[in-house]
Design a protein around this ligand. Structure first.
Ligand code: ZN
Ligand code: ZN
Length: 186
């Protein structure tokens, strides 16, 4: 059987395919929007059934989830790259919140949508989600932070930073992506 050919993306993205793992609480409409936005960018999406957050990941005092506990849970899924998505607000280490977290080179990442809707219409929300997703997946495939203006691997710890950068990798980050992650999996 010959697989249907799809025009490869001309966008500089860290991956060509990703397994999505929704972590509750998750907004199904947001998940649909994100899946569709990824497909439009020619990233193949394999969506798994939603999972519950691990019990020990919730910090009742902060009312936030521990991002690294979610990352560990998502890493139990065998596919790579794999991306956990949650609506819950997350934190890690000494930071009061994180947009996402990833295991460098590990092919695993988690993104929180909690803060991305602030003052955003639908298209701004989707654009922010794409940037945070590609940023964390960039780490997941081994990329570190980048100083290039516009590069999605530029560090952002505020929505203003996120809005100011682009959703693609700069040329030099793009060259560092291992070819394994540039395969469009069937
Ligand atoms: Zn980062
Ligand atoms: Zn870069």
């Amino acid at each position: 059987m010959i697989p249907a050919t799809e025009e490869p993306s001309s966008l500089r993205l860290p991956v060509r395919a990703v397994t999505l793992v929704p972590i509750q609480p998750i907004d199904p409409a947001a998940l649909d929007e994100i899946s569709e936005a990824l497909r439009l960018r020619r990233v193949k999406v394999h969506r798994r059934s939603p999972i519950l957050r691990p019990r020990h990941s919730y910090d009742a005092r902060r009312r936030q989830l521990k991002a690294d506990a979610l990352l560990q849970r998502v890493a139990e899924v065998p596919e790579r790259p794999v991306l956990g998505i949650t609506n819950a607000d997350c934190y890690a280490g000494g930071l009061n919140f994180v947009f996402g977290i990833a295991q460098l080179h590990g092919g695993t990442a988690v993104v929180s949508l909690a803060r991305l809707r602030t003052g955003a219409d639908k298209s701004t929300f989707t654009a922010r989600a794409m940037k945070e997703i590609f940023h964390e997946l960039g780490h997941a495939v081994g990329l570190k932070h980048c100083e290039h203006r516009g590069c999605v691997m530029r560090f952002s710890d505020s929505l203003a930073d996120t809005d100011a950068k682009g959703e693609e990798l700069c040329a030099s980050c793009s060259r560092r992506v291992p070819s394994y992650f540039q395969r469009a999996l069937p």
